[in-house]
Design a protein around this ligand. Structure first.
Ligand code: ADP
Ligand code: ASP
Ligand code: MG
Length: 479
């Protein structure tokens, strides 16, 4: 079997959903399980309406809700008709009635908890999965809608929930028999629930992660991530239109890129795939014939010095300065214990004799952490920074690489706040002001990814290598 995940733009309207149906049909012999995201921009809209409701803007929230309902009803009406449309329409109406009650509840309390946030955000995937499932059935596919909240079990860290082992049992009990019975199970990504049945989500962009969890648990031969670009590119094509498609990339390289901001993959996606050695393909739902990118355990070395460049925006620098640190052991342990207590992970770290700088994700509330760190020394927090990360297996042991990277950064006249040649040995990262990201990424890309003269046919040896890996991965992945 295979897992096919379609992101927001791949289900954004009736045309996109019709395309999706054709793509799924073309792979029926591979026994697909289909995972869908909310329709494009819907999750953003749900975030906006929950915030409006909590902050005295209930009329605005309800206006957004009406627009969203109309959009879903229109798409449904374009895709299905007759009895099926009447049923779908009723169901959509019911979901929006409940959501309206939730928004009114948020408004009357004037408070929005993380648990309620997850409840509101779940509607995007609840609705899209129902609509896509009805559209597939209307096109003759033997599809069965599975409520992800019944199969993906997590802890209760709302808005960034962590999957629990029970998920494997539930997927094998509920979804596997459907696949074996030649049905096409269809699930919403991103959403899950606690063992008690309270709705959770896996973090923004989390449908990729859902796909990988399902794929790993059911022993998929491959996990396909269908999106709006033709694979993983040498950098974000929105930042740099010259970005080039990457044919094949290793799990390690792709993990670093996803972690350091390549939005095309949720950072946790590859963890389950790596555990079971399942290749992950990134494919374009608007151009299904494009080979996209294959992410696998090993990939032929890149022709360029690096495989790709990623940029992670909205990061914070926390500087802790303490004379006590001088020659004192135990200081770093106390420092990282504080990070651990508050569940904050460090993206990059640098230390000197009397100070430590830690780079963290800017979306976390760090008030309590900073309070704690003040017991250790003077603390400063700087926001509005970004991490630029250049990744590639070629980085290992290559002399002069850092110098060429920093000479490009210097030519952009930006100041660097931190430099790190990652412990993984396959990345070089540095921190700059967020506003400088476009200029620096463009300059680095121009320097390290000169335009390809002509697409060179793959050499026979790299073809053979790819084939061997595919065979090995498939052998490991067969259920
Ligand atoms: P989906 O809704 O299908 O999950 P996303 O918006 O989450 O799609 O991810 C796709 C987007 O990721 C692309 O449109 C692109 O702008 C962005 N992106 C960032 N870095 C990269 C990269 N290295 N390769 C491809 N896309 C990237
Ligand atoms: N709909 C969710 C989001 O926008 C999850 C996803 O698309 O992967 O974050
Ligand atoms: Mg995504």
């Amino acid at each position: 079997m295979i897992v096919m995940k379609f992101g927001g733009t791949s289900v954004e309207d009736a045309r996109a959903i019709s395309r999706l149906a054709e793509i799924v049909k073309s792979r029926l012999d591979r026994k697909p399980v289909v995972i869908v995201s909310a329709m494009a921009k819907v999750t953003d809209s749900l975030v906006a309406m929950s915030h409006a409701a909590a902050n005295g803007g209930l009329p605005d929230a309800l206006k957004l809700l009406r627009q969203l309902k109309q959009r879903h009803l229109n798409v449904a009406a374009e895709l299905v008709d007759g009895k099926r449309e009447a049923e779908l329409r009723d169901e959509i109406q019911q979901h929006f009635d409940t959501l309206q009650d939730v928004l009114r509840g948020i408004a009357s309390l004037g408070e929005l908890s993380l648990r309620t946030t997850d409840n509101v955000l779940s509607y995007g995937e609840v609705l899209s999965s129902r609509i896509v499932s009805a559209a597939l059935a209307a096109r003759g596919l033997n599809t069965v809608h599975v409520d992800s909240r019944k199969v993906i079990v997590t802890d209760s860290s709302f808005t960034r929930a962590v999957p629990a082992d029970e998920t494997n049992d539930r997927l094998r009990e509920i979804v596997k028999p459907l696949v074996n019975g030649d049905k096409v199970p269809l699930m919403g990504g991103f959403i899950a629930s606690t063992p008690e049945g309270i709705t959770t989500t896996l973090g923004r962009g989390g449908s990729d992660f859902s796909a990988a969890i399902v794929g790993a648990s059911l022993g998929a031969r491959r996990i396909e991530i269908w999106t709006d670009v033709s694979g993983m590119m040498t950098t974000d094509p929105r930042l740099c239109p010259d970005a080039q498609r990457i044919d094949a990339i290793s799990f390690d390289e792709a993990s670093e890129l996803a972690y350091f901001g390549a939005k095309v993959l949720h950072p946790a996606t590859l963890i389950p795939a790596i555990e079971k050695n399942i290749p992950v393909y990134v494919l374009n739902s608007r151009e299904p014939s494009n080979p996209g990118t294959c992410i696998r355990s090993k990939a032929p070395k890149s022709r360029n010095m690096f495989r790709a460049i990623a940029a992670k925006k909205s990061v914070r620098v926390i500087n802790i300065r303490s004379p006590r640190m001088l020659m004192a052991h135990g200081f770093l342990r106390a420092l990282f214990e504080a990070f651990d207590r508050h569940g904050v992970t460090a993206d990059l770290v640098s230390t000197s004799e009397v100070s430590v700088s830690v780079i963290i994700d800017g979306s976390r509330d760090v008030t309590a952490l900073v309070e704690d760190l003040r017991k250790l020394g003077k603390v400063e927090v700087e926001s509005g920074k970004a991490i630029i990360c250049l990744v590639g297996e070629n980085v290992r042991g290559r002399v002069g690489m850092a110098a060429s990277v920093f000479s490009v950064a210097a030519s952009c006249q930006v100041s660097l706040h931190m430099i790190s040649q990652g412990a993984s040995e396959i990345n070089i990262s540095f921190v700059i002001e967020e506003r400088d990201v476009p200029e620096v990424v463009k300059a680095l890309h121009a320097r390290f990814f000169p335009p390809r003269a002509e697409a060179k046919p793959r050499s026979r040896s790299s073809e053979v290598m790819l084939l061997r890996e595919e065979i090995a991965a498939n052998a490991a992945g067969v259920a």
